[in-house]
Design a protein around this ligand. Structure first.
Ligand SMILES: [Zn+2]
Length: 281
């Protein structure tokens, strides 16, 4: 056990500062997006079966909605630039900028060197949830994804319907890749509808039954042309077990909506990051 210094209380009392103040980030024009969404028409939909994943595509300037349809269900979301899969959703940087959980007005940022908004959250029917007495919030960017490797590490299992494997199969099917190649594109997710936090005493990642109910949805504006993949997590509402077939699981629905011509006057897709990449040489 380390020795407590005399000025321990003083050191602990230092007020925190926000690592990345977001005031200088280009703000999304939610008013414009919502006005465009009001006149939009549905152009595509995908139904994601329980314990499986589905790929989907959304052109820049359209909207995609993820909905709970038959019962409480968590979804694990991956996004890529449809034309260059090396640009993909960067969960860690999104967390550093916006916090551990996402809601309306937050953006899903892409990996280096592009580091630009891929999508913007326009509507969150669970925004009312806020933070509960346990510190739980909805839609996290902390949980990476359930995967068969951690399951094997902790309990020696060979389970094939974790979100990681579901997403791997979806990418393989979408792009005609081997599973081995497809797996390299799967990345840390946005945990759609999942209710999570960190325990105050040990700082451990916790989950609890999601407050999502059929009809709830999370809707995004696609800032660039997107390839997406969504897994209906084998944890169901993630109130108890995952990485097995024990939990009750339900499908999820992905719908795409196209605004009317001219409805996005003034909007342009975000430019790639401006850093010159000379790295000091
Ligand atoms: Zn999962």
């Amino acid at each position: 056990m380390s020795k407590i210094p005399e000025d321990a209380a003083e050191r602990r009392a230092i007020a925190p500062v926000i690592c990345y103040p977001v005031e200088t980030l280009p703000a999304p024009d939610l008013g414009l997006y919502r006005a465009a969404r009001a006149g939009a028409r549905k152009v595509a939909e995908w139904r994601v079966p329980p314990r499986e994943a589905s790929d989907f595509s959304v052109p820049a300037g359209q909207f995609f909605r993820i909905s709970s349809i038959e019962g409480p269900q968590v979804g694990d979301l991956n996004l890529w630039n449809a034309d260059d899969m090396t640009e993909r959703f960067y969960s860690g940087k999104t967390r550093a900028l916006h916090g551990t959980h996402l809601t309306e007005g937050h953006r899903l940022w892409s990996s280096f060197p592009a580091l630009r908004p891929m999508a913007t959250v326009v509507t969150d029917s669970l925004a009312w949830y806020g933070v509960d007495a346990f510190g739980g919030r909805v839609h996290d960017v902390i949980g990476t994804r359930c995967d068969p490797y951690t399951g094997n590490l902790l309990s020696g299992t060979q389970y094939h319907h974790c979100c990681h494997s579901n997403l791997t199969r979806a990418v393989a099917d979408a792009r005609g890749m081997t599973l081995e190649d497809a797996e390299t594109h799967v990345h840390d997710v946005l945990n759609v509808f999942m209710c999570t936090g960190f325990t105050r005493d040990t700082g451990q990642y916790f989950m609890k039954a999601s407050p999502v109910r059929p009809g709830d949805h999370l809707e995004f504006f696609a800032e660039i042309d997107l390839l997406g993949a969504l897994s209906a997590c084998p944890g169901g509402d993630c109130g108890d077990k995952h990485s097995s077939d024990a939990a009750a699981c339900h499908p999820l629905l992905v719908e795409v909506f196209a605004p009317e011509d001219g409805a996005l006057q003034g909007w342009v897709p975000p430019a790639r990051n401006g850093y010159d990449r000379s790295h000091g040489r």
